[in-house]
Design a binder for this molecule. Sequence first.
Ligand SMILES: C[S@@+](CC[C@H](N)C(=O)[O-])C[C@H]1O[C@@H](n2cnc3c(N)ncnc32)[C@H](O)[C@@H]1O
Length: 281
Amino acid sequence: MTNHTSSVTINDEIFKQLRDFVYEKTGIYVPDNKKYFLENRLSRILREKNLRNFEDYLYFLKYSANKNDIARLFDAVTTNETFFFREPQQFEVFAQNLIPQIIKENSQMGRKDIKIWSAACSTGEEPYTIAMILHDLPELNPLRKEIYASDISESVLMSAKRAIYGAYSVRNIPPKFMAKYFKDSSGMYVLSDSIKSMVKFLNINLIDEREVKQLKGIDVVFCRNVLIYFDDKAKKKSVSLIYDVLRPKGYLFVGTSESLHNITKAFRPIVINKVIVYQKV
Ligand SMILES: C[S@@+](CC[C@H](N)C(=O)[O-])C[C@H]1O[C@@H](n2cnc3c(N)ncnc32)[C@H](O)[C@@H]1O
């Protein structure tokens, strides 16, 4: 059945099963009143695969989908909006307050590195923002800088590795960084290799314990604007996995519209210049 927007409609029972399938795999919870979300996002896959309806797609996903088909589903159900220097007050607190503290603590522990993880990095603007900031702090020179960036969507990771951006993405970049680290090429902005090479990209699903546990001893996690898509159970699971990969007293930023209230007591919220940072207790 096809409606006037040419997306295929979905019946309530199949919607619930498909929603549960997406939730089990990703933590992303599509509420009852957002049936249109799955219709819009998945209709194209039905057409590509020549499937008649969502029931056939669900059957396909459950019984014969391979890794690529699941990856295609992840690409379709994720929302990847991002840009450089998003929520800039958090980066100010990171650079001015947390970094000096981390340098002090890591040297007391005999550590020679600093490890940052952008845990839902989308097309790379967030980890590259972090990389530019770290690159410009001479006091970090004695330390090895490790920046990990991960996402569940393979297509955004590919785009992140290309590191070529449009005007919308770069609009908040301070002019000194823009001049230093980007080349203008026919209206697109190409990031310099010096910054690109600082970031290691990985495909990590935030609700998958085995995948998250690849990382350890992280000083600061940026997990921003992704928990909003999860229900409380998935939020709790991913926040507890993040807790485990942080070093003692490590820090976590969530998006400014997000909160860990009612999700965990394992982090202490501290407020610095009106910015909330969660510290592992
Ligand atoms: C809105 S973007 C946020 C990007 C960036 N952190 C920011 O704040 O600008 C949300 C990202 O979370 C990713 N995502 C959704 N579910 C995920 C999961 N279970 N594990 C890892 N990443 C996930 C999406 O693919 C998407 O790229």
